[in-house]
Design a protein around this ligand. Structure first.
Ligand code: AKB
Length: 321
């Protein structure tokens, strides 16, 4: 009997906040050799040592195509992007990166060189005119940030490539993500990671958002499970080809402070909102993800107190003398 070689999986932007943990999870599941990590520059030792790593610029079609051929890749996770806060500083750069990388991957799929694409969207696709509590899957979307505009546009292109060319592209609108393994990369929700580091290192934190700014958030373990879950789903069950709403938990800086104070009673927070407050004010407070639940069985697991416990336990050794 002829043995068919298992095809490769490529992660573009593997050294980023989601990419790092996604690469580890996919390697654990499919074997180190099948999962090719790539980024515009070399990342951590583990990503390089555990399996194949390639320098790839996600804006360069030819360099992605080359890796796709060399590793017989059939699935691409496009995790390279410029997030909300940095994108406001470099609007054109953000637009070029976020859109060109998506076109490259969608076109590879359209040309039959790969068969499946995962592309991350975000709660940033929503704007001030969107209902902010239990934001529905289909609703008004008038994003006011560069990042949000690029994600909203990307969603439309994903849907278009699926309907017009049959591209199997799947996507999630990630909320703010919290992880002790990887640092966030220039987003508006980054405070929810910084706060744990500061609590352990200094016992206080000056927050760049106001105390009552409620935003949708999620622990990285749940986000990775969601990413793998949507890619595992039967294509017939994926009824949304733009991007799925994904709910985790919702909290504001005061609530995360209270959660940390259960472990570090003296921890103090102060507020000095900057330009990121304006971005946060346009985003939803909570998300209705019933379509993801129905279509591919999504359910969040980690509560705020669960996250706090895991974050403090895992970060503590770093700050102990
Ligand atoms: C950001 O804050 O820009 C990101 C996001 C919500 O997509 N974490």
């Amino acid at each position: 009997m002829r043995k068919t070689m298992k095809r490769g999986i490529l992660i573009l932007g593997a050294c980023g906040q989601i990419g790092t943990e996604l690469t580890q999870a996919l390697r654990k599941r499919f074997g180190n050799e099948r999962v090719v990590a790539s980024d515009i520059r070399k990342g951590s030792g583990q990503l390089l040592n555990d399996g194949p790593f390639e320098i790839v610029d996600a804006m360069d079609y030819a360099s992605i195509e080359d890796v796709v051929f060399r590793y017989n890749v059939d699935t691409v996770y496009l995790m390279a992007a410029m997030l909300s806060a940095v994108a406001e500083k470099f609007p054109e750069k953000a637009w070029n990166l976020n859109m060109n990388s998506l076109f490259n991957v969608l076109n590879l799929a359209k040309e039959g060189k790969i068969t499946r694409v995962f592309w991350p969207s975000s709660i940033a696709v929503f704007g001030p005119s969107t209902p902010s509590i239990d934001t529905p899957q289909v609703t008004v979307m008038e994003p006011t940030t560069v990042y949000g505009i690029s994600k909203q546009t990307g969603e439309r292109w994903c849907e278009y490539y699926n309907k017009r060319f049959g591209v199997d592209v799947r996507s999630i609108r990630y909320p703010g993500l919290i992880s002790h393994t990887t640092e966030p990369g220039g987003g508006t929700t980054d405070y929810a990671v910084e706060i744990y580091h500061r609590a352990l290192k200094h016992g206080n934190y000056r927050c760049f958002l106001n105390g009552g700014t409620t935003l949708p958030m999620m622990f990285m373990t749940d986000a990775i499970r969601a990413t793998i879950g949507i890619m595992d789903a039967d294509p017939d069950n994926i009824t949304i080809r733009s991007s799925y709403n994904l709910a985790g938990i919702s909290f504001d800086p005061e609530e995360i402070t209270a959660s940390i104070q259960k472990h570090i009673p003296d921890f103090e927070i102060s507020y000095e909102p900057d330009f990121r407050q304006e971005i946060a004010d346009t985003w939803p407070q909570s998300i209705d993800d019933s379509t993801a639940q129905k279509d591919w069985g999504w359910k969040n697991k980690f509560s705020l107190d669960d996250i706090t416990q895991v974050m403090l336990k895992n970060l503590k050794p770093r700050y102990e003398e």
